[in-house]
Design a protein around this ligand. Structure first.
Ligand code: MOS
Length: 754
């Protein structure tokens, strides 16, 4: 078995001879995207003209579909099929697996007459054009037996129970520690439902070639989607060829699949022609997943010098009626601060709401909104600087399991951030700084997010012209996967970036777990490094074994790879000369990465510190984010540009979480109120002033062979709390019920006589 110590050995990425690793190279697929030639699933050209499917969502939150009058819709112009559960083609029951090792079971569309949430797809219309399909969808008459939906989360907190299989985690004696503490804080925060709002809605295009289903879809994880679709269609797994080449955002919302996938494939089979199905923006809100709302109670007990004696974070959250998803907002807190007495846990209530699921930095994004504000409030009670309070409680080892940190530069992030931001200019007393009509304040928060490595494979080949081809069943949801794989390949084989081709998003390529949990670059990239090293070995052996090569007879270990040339000291030839002559069909190899057997002996996280300056208009309650700075430590960075972009994107999301973003439940109907991006408020350019992300130089050789960690979610952890703390510092009002919208802030300002 591999040990993390094996990873410390030099490899082409760590040696970085060509200097490509870490370089801010442009996006591999950038030119395709800006010229409109990177087709999203819905835009792929099928082999023959497609039909267009539209889904119809339930108009009740809970109950049964009792009838469907589809005659008028079926008779409408161009209509090819109208399905409800009454006449949809048969599919194996939910979860069924004909192939025992499938990574997902059957996921039947229009499954039965049960309506479990508002907007659940209950009918489906296919026509020759999108217009005809939409038009006919209005002619479908559905009747329901509606029940009263149970959807009011705040009213149901008392009924919440332990999430299945979970216990509270207590270390020491929290109650005694808290009671005995010299200074105490006990406050409750709440966060709202958020929607992923990817720019590209979920969509699928499917057609059949004989027994084989070709399907282009927008998803984050290839294998489960392929397997789940095969199980749903009742066909062999290899009879689904699933492609997801370009993806317009995922954020966790495309981690699973939705009814577009099965419906497109079933309709294409039934009609014998390609079928496209896309969610509308409105359908994305209710009929995909969302980040559930939370209520979070934080209790902190400290000595007068700021040392934490006791700490507790309890989270209440909700999921859908049949679901088990839990927003683990308390989890990150377990690794963040030292304290001898600690209690964390979660409570879950099932409601008749749309399906709750993971969204970027699941847990941290919500959870830091309470704890990192609680630390700010505690600092004020203690008369301490909030940065100092955090440094004082920095744990030497993982505070819950005693494991050493693989590498933890939290304090450096805090200190460098403070210095770069000009934190020393902050006045601890709120409301003292004005700029025209604006009250100006500064706030900060810590950031933390776990780091993961999953099993993955990758294929590398060299073509006769010397092109290195990377093939992997990996996805790029806009994060930069194509680009970092190209960099790793170019650096590993010593060729220019232009000599690398990256092909991903295909179920027939070596499998990788996909994009999620900020494990993508580490996981897919480590497999790519392994494949690249295997290809180096194969090429070196070819060169020294080929009598026609100037390298002939040399030692394969001495072969160097640089600038498209293979060499042993001053004997050299180009890679393309070698391959054309000695392996005219090219050479293909695979590489594989698995977590090391001893990887869990270390506590491995990514870290950061956020600093924010806001202006508050005391007349309107409006908040403007003037400056955001994040300093992060996340292992080796493969691409300074895409990494920075991930981090600043996460930070901006944090600002949205603090100030604008929410989807309230209409408790009368069980629906999410906001239906589009006019009502669901995410920041636009004008909302965000300066944003900068600084990344510390770091290599975490316990994380994976490249020493990299993840940045996809880290920026979203803590950013919102820093904004909220800045709002308080500006105007002296704490709003603990997010978002801090003008109405809530104004109420606080009025209450304090401003
Ligand atoms: Mo993610 S929210 O783990 O795609």
């Amino acid at each position: 078995m591999t040990s993390v110590h094996d990873w410390a050995a030099p490899n082409p990425v760590s040696t970085n001879r060509s200097g490509l690793i870490g370089k801010p190279v442009d996006r591999y697929e950038g030119p395709l995207k800006v010229t409109g030639t990177a087709p999203y699933a819905y835009e792929v050209q099928p082999p023959s003209p497609p039909a267009y499917g539209v889904m119809i969502g339930a108009e009740i939150a809970t109950g049964r579909l009792t009838g469907a009058d589809i005659a008028e819709a079926e008779a409408a112009p161009g209509v090819l099929a109208v399905w409800t559960h009454f006449n949809v083609p048969a599919q194996p029951p939910r979860g069924a697996k004909a192939h025992p090792r499938s990574t997902a079971g059957s996921n039947p569309a229009l499954e039965n007459d049960k309506v479990a949430y508002f907007g659940q797809p209950v009918a489906f219309v296919v026509a020759d054009t999108l217009e005809n399909a939409v038009s006919a969808s209005h002619l479908v008459k559905l009747t329901y037996a509606a029940e009263t939906p149970d959807v009011d989360f705040r009213a149901r907190l008392e009924d919440a129970g332990q999430p299945p299989g979970e216990q509270d985690v207590e270390i020491g004696d929290f109650a005694s520690g808290f009671t005995a503490a010299e200074v105490q804080l006990d406050e409750t925060w709440s966060t709202p439902i958020q929607n992923h709002c990817q720019m590209e809605p979920c969509a699928t295009l499917a057609w059949w070639e004989g027994e084989k289903c070709i399907v282009h879809t927008s998803i984050q994880m290839v294998k489960p989607a392929q397997h789940g679709l095969a199980e749903t269609l009742g066909i062999g797994r290899d009879d689904v060829h699933l492609l997801t080449r370009y993806i317009g955002g995922g954020f966790g919302g495309k981690g699973g699949t939705y009814d577009d996938l099965a419906l497109a494939a079933l309709a294409a089979r039934a009609l014998g022609r390609p079928v496209k199905v896309a969610f509308t923006r409105q359908q994305m809100m209710n009929a995909t997943i969302h980040r559930p709302a939370t209520v979070q109670r934080v209790r902190l007990g400290a000595k007068k010098d700021g040392t934490l004696d006791a700490f507790s974070m309890m989270t209440w959250t909700h999921c859908n009626r049949n679901g088990n998803f839990t927003e683990h907002a308390s989890n990150f807190a377990r690794a963040l601060y030292a304290a001898p007495n600690r209690l964390t846990g979660h409570r879950l209530v099932r409601l008749d709401l749309p399906v709750a699921g993971p969204m970027r930095a699941p847990g941290e994004a919500s959870g830091t909104m309470s704890l990192e504000c609680a630390m700010d409030e505690l600092a004020e009670k203690l008369g301490l600087d909030p940065v100092e309070l955090r440094i004082k409680n920095e744990p030497p080892v993982d505070p819950e399991n005693g494991r050493p940190f693989s590498m933890r530069q939290m304090v450096r992030c805090l200190k460098e951030g403070a210095q770069l931001f000009g934190w020393d200019r902050r006045l601890p007393t709120p409301g003292l700084v004005r700029d025209g009509r604006w009250l100006v304040g500064m706030g900060m928060a810590a950031a933390i997010r776990g780091n993961f490595l999953l099993p993955a494979k990758c294929g590398f080949s060299v073509e006769p012209d010397g092109t290195i081809v990377v093939r992997q069943g990996m996805t790029d949801i806009g994060t930069g996967t194509y680009t970092v794989l190209a960099q790793i390949a170019a650096e590993t084989l010593g060729v220019p970036l232009g000599q690398v081709r990256v092909e991903i998003g295909d179920s027939e390529m070596p499998p990788a777990p996909g994009s999620g949990g900020q494990f993508g670059a580490a996981t897919a990239g480590s497999a790519a490094l392994m494949a690249g090293m295997n290809l180096r070995k194969a090429i070196a052996a070819l060169a020294v074994g080929d009598p026609g090569s100037p390298l002939h007879g040399g030692s394969p270990d001495e072969v160097t790879f640089q600038d498209g040339v293979v060499a042993i000291s001053n004997r050299s030839e180009t890679l393309s000369d070698l391959i054309q002559r000695a392996a005219p069909a090219g050479i293909a190899v695979e590489g594989e990465i698995r977590p090391a057997a001893d990887a869990r002996e270390w506590s491995t996280q990514t870290y950061g510190a956020h600093y924010v300056e806001v202006g508050v208009d005391p007349i309107t309650g409006e908040v403007r984010v003037r400056r955001m700075l994040g300093v992060f430590a996340a292992g080796r960075i493969i691409n300074a540009k895409t990494a920075r972009s991930q981090l600043t994107g996460g930070m901006i999301w944090g600002a949205a979480s603090a100030l604008t973003e929410a989807n309230p439940v209409d408790v009368r109907y069980g629906s999410l109120l906001n239906q589009d991006l006019a009502q669901y408020l995410v920041p636009v350019q004008a909302d965000i002033g300066e944003v900068e992300a600084i990344i510390l130089d770091e290599v975490d050789d316990k994380a994976n062979p490249m020493g990299i960690k993840g940045v996809g979610e880290l920026g979203n952890s803590g950013a919102g709390a820093a904004v909220a703390n800045a709002v308080y510092n500006a105007c002296g009002v704490r709003v603990r019920d997010y978002p801090i919208s003008p109405d809530k802030l104004l109420a606080g300002l009025i209450a304090q006589g401003m």
